[in-house]
Write a protein that binds this ligand. Structure first.
Ligand code: DX5
Ligand code: ZN
Length: 231
């Protein structure tokens, strides 16, 4: 089994100590930082914008992945890329001109990625699969941390894995987001996930962020997935 990456989602972090918490996640061996951007339209909550991405760019060397849960995401791509996002993920449900939007992300200097809600079928990805560095499969409905994983979404992960294999798209990563914790990590990895977004399971872990990341690494090790080589 290939190495699996851990992506702490700052949605569940203590925003008054955000820099500190991200530094702790980096020191504990997180692979990247997942930043949830919500606009109060596509999803009810409002979270953060490019200013926070730029601020985090100054406190960590980890890649910053931006998950845009916003309407008209194309209006914001340049600002997030300039702020230092390495990868920008757009919801397929918000992009009538998905091909163009993914091109915009690439031209802005970030890696293009696409995300599907639980009810959105994989078939909508067929024509753009070779344009993306990563596909995010939502394992809950977007909008909040701390929800329970929807089991059917893991079937989608398995089918996506097959689809990528059949097309020879070996470098495209599969990411899962929502309800990933000690109870679900194993099934998510076995279904074919390469990147695990974890919010409440890391920032809400009783023993703290460092203990949380160590704990999930141990689980990954026990199911046969080594951490990414550093450097
Ligand atoms: C939800 C966000 C997630 C969220 C996951 O809409 O996209 O990134 O932080 O939270 P947990 O890991 O607590 O389910
Ligand atoms: Zn997210």
């Amino acid at each position: 089994m290939a190495s699996v990456q851990i992506a702490p989602s700052i949605l569940s972090a203590d925003f008054a100590r955000l820099g500190e918490q991200v530094r702790e996640a980096e020191a504990a061996g997180a692979d990247l930082i997942h930043i949830d951007v919500m606009d109060g339209h596509f999803v009810p909550q409002i979270t953060v914008g490019p200013l926070v991405v730029a601020a985090l760019r100054r406190v960590t060397r980890l890649p910053l992945h931006v998950h845009l849960m916003v309407e008209n995401p194309e209006r914001h791509i340049a600002a997030f890329a300039e702020a230092g996002a390495e990868l920008i993920t757009v919801h397929i449900e918000t992009c009538p001109h998905l091909h163009r939007t993914l091109e915009m992300i690439r031209e802005a200097g970030a890696k293009p990625a696409v995300v599907l809600n639980p009810a959105t079928p994989l078939i909508l990805l067929e024509e753009v699969l070779d344009q993306v560095a990563l596909v995010l499969v939502m394992t809950v409905n977007p909008g909040n941390g701390g929800q329970t994983l929807i089991p059917q979404t893991l079937g989608k992960v398995r089918r996506l894995r097959e689809m990528l294999k059949a097309r020879g798209l070996t470098s495209c990563l599969i990411e899962v987001d929502g309800g990933i914790n000690g109870d679900t990590i194993g099934e998510a990895v076995r279904a074919g996930a390469d990147v695990l977004v974890m919010g409440s399971a890391i920032f809400g872990y009783a023993g703290g962020v460092t203990a949380a990341i160590r704990h999930y690494r141990e689980i990954l090790k026990s199911i046969g997935s080594a951490p990414q080589e550093q450097g």
